[in-house]
Design a protein around this ligand. Structure first.
Ligand SMILES: NC(=O)c1ccc[n+]([C@@H]2O[C@H](COP(=O)([O-])OP(=O)(O)OC[C@H]3O[C@@H](n4cnc5c(N)ncnc54)[C@H](OP(=O)(O)O)[C@@H]3O)[C@@H](O)[C@H]2O)c1
Length: 338
């Protein structure tokens, strides 16, 4: 049997700069922590200053080899564009290069709800916010990639729900601006049943946002390739991990079965870490770039919509237009034409 991958396989990351969103809990926190343990300077995000401080203190106290200059908190809300712009300014004030960007934060909404920008909350968090963040950080990522020895990667933490929950032939149109508002034509009976007996949250909207992560990673790679960039963009499923996020999803009678089968958040961070920094992924760059990977770097076909070029490119354009319109309305800088 093949040896299980562990973060010890990661190379020395001293000199690398990483940013992990949703680094205050669960998989994101353990991803940020392990990157710092391997020597990277890591920016992690939290939603409040109090949470950021408390997470940082705990990590530094429990991991004495991580220096305080290596584990840097940032506060933002992915549904608030001004706070994303501010976070990018803060990073740019300290860094001119970024080697690893892990777009990890996400939510499963309890119900259908729009943010103040008029986007469905799960989509706004997992996709639209990360779209703006990645765009504004692109100068730092490209700058890092100028060094021929650098290995720059943008990771989109997606989920297998992209094809497990969304039926293969379900008529979703990612080229329509309505996709950002969480509109879909009807609720399949399987989802209604799941919602009725097993889950407490809106898995369908979550799955739509996770398919968005897969599509974003793919189109981002196509655009990077067009420019001859060496940057890798990859989406992934971390595995089934017993974070608070995951436990909250299921009604209580299922919990005893789940706790036995779910991974710890430490183990749940392993796949993200592997895809973000393991040399074996760079060695497979031509095979895996722009693709969706499941644990241990397994290449898996994501939902058919993510393989439809019109949908993938149209979704990128729809997001760009919606974001630029809203950014202009709010007097914020529009997206970079990188
Ligand atoms: N757990 C699993 O089994 C599993 C399976 C498949 C995919 N995933 C994916 O793995 C990633 C991490 O999941 P997890 O289980 O570690 O979840 P988690 O423990 O709930 O962590 C989510 C993180 O995202 C942050 N966040 C939520 N809303 C945000 C917003 N509006 N702006 C900024 N940050 C926000 C949270 O901050 P607060 O702590 O302040 O809320 C938290 O740090 C997600 O992308 C998820 O879809 C997880």
């Amino acid at each position: 049997m093949a040896k299980e991958w562990s973060p010890e396989s990661l190379p020395d990351l001293s000199g690398s700069v990483a940013l992990v969103t949703g680094g205050s809990a669960g998989i994101g926190l353990d991803t940020a922590r392990h990157l710092a343990l391997r020597g990277a300077r890591v920016y992690f995000t939290a939603m409040t200053a109090a949470e950021a401080t408390s997470v940082r203190e705990t990590v530094l106290a429990e991991n004495v080899s991580i220096s305080s200059a290596q584990f840097i908190p940032l506060v933002f809300d992915l549904t608030d564009l001004a706070s994303i712009a501010k976070l990018v300014d803060d990073v740019k004030a300290n860094e001119d290069k970024l080697h690893i960007l892990v777009n990890n934060a996400a939510i499963v909404p309890f119900s259908y709800e729009l943010t103040k920008n008029g986007w469905e909350r799960a989509m706004a968090t997992a996709h639209v916010g990360h779209f703006a963040l990645t765009n504004w950080l692109m100068p730092l990522l490209k700058n890092a990639a100028e060094d021929p020895k650098a290995d720059v990667r943008i990771i989109s933490v997606a989920s297998n729900v992209n094809y497990e929950i969304l039926p293969a032939k379900f008529p979703l149109d990612y080229t329509s601006p309505e996709i950002l508002t969480g509109k879909y034509p009807y609720t399949p009976w399987q989802h209604r049943l799941l919602q009725l007996i097993m889950t407490t949250k809106h898995m369908f909207l979550y799955a739509m946002s996770k398919l968005a992560n897969v599509m974003f990673a793919k189109e981002l790679q196509r655009r990077l390739d067009e420019q001859g960039s060496s940057i890798l963009s990859i989406s992934l499923h971390p595995g089934l991990v017993g974070t608070e996020f995951m436990m909250e999803l299921w009604v209580s009678w299922i919990h005893p079965f789940l706790t036995r089968s779910f991974w710890s958040s430490d183990k749940g961070a392993h796949h993200t870490l592997m895809v973000a920094a393991d040399p074996s992924i760079r060695a497979r760059a031509e095979e895996v770039k722009g693709q969706y990977l499941e644990p241990n770097g397994k290449l898996v076909l994501a939902h058919p919509i993510s393989r439809d070029e019109n949908q993938v490119r149209g979704f990128w354009d729809v997001t760009t237009e919606a974001l630029n319109e809203t950014l202009a309305e709010q007097g914020l800088p529009v997206l970079l034409d990188w």
